[in-house]
Design a protein around this ligand. Sequence first.
Ligand SMILES: Cc1cc2nc3c(=O)[nH]c(=O)nc-3n(C[C@H](O)[C@H](O)[C@H](O)COP(=O)(O)OP(=O)(O)OC[C@H]3O[C@@H](n4cnc5c(N)ncnc54)[C@H](O)[C@@H]3O)c2cc1C
Length: 241
Amino acid sequence: MRAQAELYGAGVLRGRIETIEERDGSFLACGNNIALEARAILLATGTNNRRPDLDPAMHRSALERGLLRYCPVCDGFEAGDKAIGVIGADARGVAEALFLRTYSEDITILPAGAVDISSDDRTLLERHGIRVEERPPLRLDCTGSRAIVHFRDGSQLSFDTIYPALGSEANDHLAQALCLDMADGCCIAVDQKQRTSRGAIYAAGDIVFALDQISVAMGHAAIAATTLHNDLRNLDGLTRQ
Ligand SMILES: Cc1cc2nc3c(=O)[nH]c(=O)nc-3n(C[C@H](O)[C@H](O)[C@H](O)COP(=O)(O)OP(=O)(O)OC[C@H]3O[C@@H](n4cnc5c(N)ncnc54)[C@H](O)[C@@H]3O)c2cc1C
């Protein structure tokens, strides 16, 4: 993809943009050894899933082996009929467990901290045969062929796969600094053309309040790029009035 972008004249820089300032109708984006001037900005900074406490190498290996999964929409089908642990004994964990119930009858909710499940939710979970483990796990071990959850009393539970339902952190510091309107607290609000609340700034992908999927991000990007192109042509008097 990088080679294709470069073939068509796009420059690809490595680094993190720390600030974006608007000056005289254009933007200056700056980061470590980067200073870029631009007439328009497309923010596609994504989000980061909150992770369970695992060292980075084990986390990566567990992901590669399907012991750890983050996206039931993406790979719930691959977890079909497997023993699934969902980390997060709260409304988010309940929703994720119920989503996965379509694929497997063997689901256990594990607390990440305190158990915070309403009595209505407990009734719903019971009706669907979803177990709730009340003890907080001491540690998660993904070195073997299964994900092993260890408890303080020495006992353990073993799963084919674990879904952490711990939410995510949006990479929203640029959007916040630019005072863009946000949706749901941390995602950028856009119109149907991917325009943000501020002129000449567009947004696409997970940082936008929408379904976090590659196909959605690419659709956003296609719409945003076309809108941006047309808005600039309009400014340059290249459109019919
Ligand atoms: C484990 C996992 C599995 C998934 N599986 C699937 C799947 O099978 N199918 C599917 O459709 N989706 C899947 N998803 C979701 C998919 O990865 C996202 O929807 C998609 O990557 C969103 O693309 P994006 O470009 O918006 O954000 P990202 O891919 O997150 O890219 C954002 C980029 O911006 C960079 N960035 C952030 N801030 C700055 C800054 N200030 N300056 C410079 N760079 C910055 C980040 O480092 C990152 O490289 C999965 C997600 C996870 C976590």
